[in-house]
Structure formats: C-alpha cells, structure tokens
Design a protein. Structure first.
Length: 389
C-alpha cells in the first residue's frame, strides 16, 4: 500500500501537537510496511535523523521538504499563510505519482482540495483537523472572533474531503453539524508510545498532589484554575499544586508554599512529576483529546478535565472527573472532592486511568485500527479501478 502524508511539519523539527501526531503516524505506518511519501516544512533546517526513526523505518519513507512561505503580519495572516503553504505543497505533490490514499493534517491539503477532481479515479483523501477548537467554547470575546475567522475555511476543507478523522465524543457531533456524513467519519483517537506506561507501583503520598501541564494560553483555563485555588486555600491547605507552565507573575498565587511553579521542564523532569503526583487538572475551554491527559494517565495519575472535544473518550467517573469549562465553582468543588476521596478510592481511579490508556490509547494498538480502514480503501480501489492500481 502507498500513501501520501501531507503535514505542516514533523516533531521535533517543528513543535506542536499536530506535528507530534504526524511523526508518530509516519513511524507506525512504516512499521506496518506502508510506503509513505511525507510532505513537510523544516524551517530550522534540522536533520531528519532527529525524528528518531530507525534505518528499517526510513526505507519505507520518502521525505519531501516544502519551503515555508514568507510571513506576513496583518489581521488573518495565519489563514493566508496556511493557504500559501498548501499551494507550495501542491506544487511538489503534482510532480510525483499520486498514491491511492492521501492523509492530510490541518490546512495542508487546502489547495489540493480545490483541485480534487483532477486526482486519479479511486484516490481517497482523509483529512484530520485534530481538536476543532474553533467550534468549541471561547474563553474571551477576542478568542471568539478568532474562532469565527477560522470557521468558514475549516468547514470548506472538511466538506471537500472524502473522509474525516474524529477522535470521538463531542468532536464527532461538531463534524456532523458541519455536514460530514456518518459514512465519511473515521474514529481514530490520538495515542502515546508505550514507554509512557508506568513500570513502578503507585506512590502513596502523605499529602495529595495536583499537577497542571501546558502552554500559557487563555483557552487553557489557567485564570479560572487560580481563582478556584485561591478560594480553596481560604478553607484548607492539605495539598500541593504544581504548575509546569510559564504562568505570568500577575496571575500567580504568591507567598504560599502549597503552590509550586516549575516553569518549563525537561521531558525527564515532567515524567518524574507525573509519576509522583496524584491528579492532573486540565480545565481547558477547548481541546482535542489531549496528549497530556494520556501521558498523565499512563503515568498513574487520575484526571480532572473539562468535558470538551474528545476528552470524554478517555476520562470518565471511573478514572477521574469531568467538569464544565469555565465553571470556577464546580472546579473548586471537584478539587475539594478529590482531596476528600479516601486513599483507596483515589488509588482505584488511578489504576483505572492507567488501564484505560494501556488498553486503548497506545500507538501499537491504535495504528492497527487505522490500518484496517486503509486496507478497506485499498481493496475496494483494486476492485473498482484495477487498471489504475
């Protein structure tokens, strides 16, 4: 089977959740013997060897590097730059033989989708827009305006695709409202690598430890979390709360030993924090499925998370708590409940969280389901277009 993977970058050559997914997808497709041509941008001229792929994996991969378009600064420049990048990608794409399956990330296939009728018969394009945050709740009026700017362009891309990836949950409902038919949906959750799975026994902390991990963005709910913590600290202080995030000084709770700000940390330090803390708190206004949640669960942590995007596909009352985004009162009440939960009850949630990821969200297993879908397309295409395959 041959496949083209259209991306806006590969991690760690480009840093981001979508780029990370692209690298893992490329790796595990190669392990399954899928011959893949990957189109990507490499703005810092890093070496492909930094992707961590083995020599055997590289034999199934052709890399096509796309020059990043010049940056412009004006309202809506991000959307325009995405279109320009998709055009540059298409110019390289049309120089090569078109495989039967195209898998596109985000806006990378925009220009190609406008010319989809020129593709060979039987060619199928699968589009993955990941979190679909622009269709979820916004934290501020400005964020809402930014979402409205993106929506028509995202809808246009999605409606032209043959198939669309969903992580499930609320994300699937969003796609249905956009007009994506049931038969076009492919349920394919994100996944993490099995090295995240905890090998040691769960810690028995004398004081309960919470953890937040993420970039400082308004949609992450960091302001609401601090308000909930400030209120909780007026009633009790029998906990620690660790922030792995560059939280601005004006938002921080100062002069309180219960709140620890780590800033940015290395991967090794993050793994250590996840294996020593009890509950990850992720009160985002908008999310896809969240790598951080899965990594924390694999490390043996329970989760408090907003019920947005596809979060409910991995987090439930058996392994954590689901809350409404932006609801400070409910967030404080849930933190209180997590503190009052007996040690045996918390240990049970943490074990269920670990098992959820181990059984359903490890790349070795997730890729098998995707391969089944791809094989279905491949076999059907061979039957309908034998002369082209």
């Amino acid at each position: 089977m041959k496949l083209a993977l259209l991306t806006d970058g590969l991690f760690p050559l480009v840093v981001g959740g979508m780029q990370r997914h692209s690298t893992h997808l490329l790796k595990y497709l190669s392990l399954e013997g899928v011959s893949t041509t990957v189109y990507h941008v490499n703005p810092y001229a890093k070496r492909v060897s930094e992707l961590g792929l083995s020599a055997d994996q590289l034999t199934n991969i052709e890399f096509v590097e796309i020059k990043q378009p010049a940056a412009y600064k004006f309202p809506g420049h991000y959307v325009y730059e995405q279109y320009l990048y998709s055009k540059k990608l298409y110019q390289e794409f049309e120089k090569r033989k078109v495989p039967e399956i195209l898998y596109a990330q985000g806006f990378s296939a925009w220009y190609l989708l406008n010319r989809k009728n020129s593709l060979p018969p039987g060619t199928k394009l699968i589009l993955n827009f990941h979190g679909l945050e622009m269709f979820q709740q916004a934290a501020t009026f400005r964020s809402k305006l930014e979402q409205y700017l993106l929506r028509p362009f995202v809808k246009g891309n999605l409606r032209r695709a043959d198939f669309v990836i969903t992580n499930g949950g609320i994300q699937t409902e969003i796609l249905r409202k956009i007009g994506i038919r049931e038969e076009q949906l492919i349920v394919a959750p994100i996944a993490i690598e099995k090295n995240w799975l905890r090998q040691s026994p769960l810690p028995e902390n004398t004081i309960r430890k919470f953890l937040f991990v993420g970039r400082y963005e308004r949609r992450r709910g960091i302001e609401e979390l601090h308000k909930a913590l400030a209120s909780l600290l007026t009633k009790r202080n029998d906990f620690e709360f660790h922030f792995v995030c560059p939280v601005p000084e004006q938002i921080r709770i100062l002069n309180n030993n219960n709140i620890i700000y780590h800033g940015r940390v290395s991967d090794e330090e993050l793994m250590h924090l996840m294996t020593t803390c009890d509950v990850l708190v992720n009160p985002s206004f908008a999310e896809g499925m969240s790598y951080v949640n899965l990594e924390a669960m694999a490390s043996g942590m329970s989760i408090i998370a907003s019920n947005v995007g596809a979060i409910a596909m991995s987090v439930n009352q058996k392994n954590g708590w689901l809350i409404e985004p932006g609801n400070i009162v409910q967030l404080e009440r849930t933190l209180d409940e997590a503190l009052d939960l007996p040690a045996s009850g918390l240990k049970e949630k943490k074990l269920r969280a670990f098992e959820t990821v181990r059984d359903h969200f490890i790349w070795d297993k997730v890729i098998q389901n995707l391969i089944k879908e791809l094989n279905t397309f491949h076999e059907k295409n061979n039957q309908e277009h034998p002369q082209e395959t």
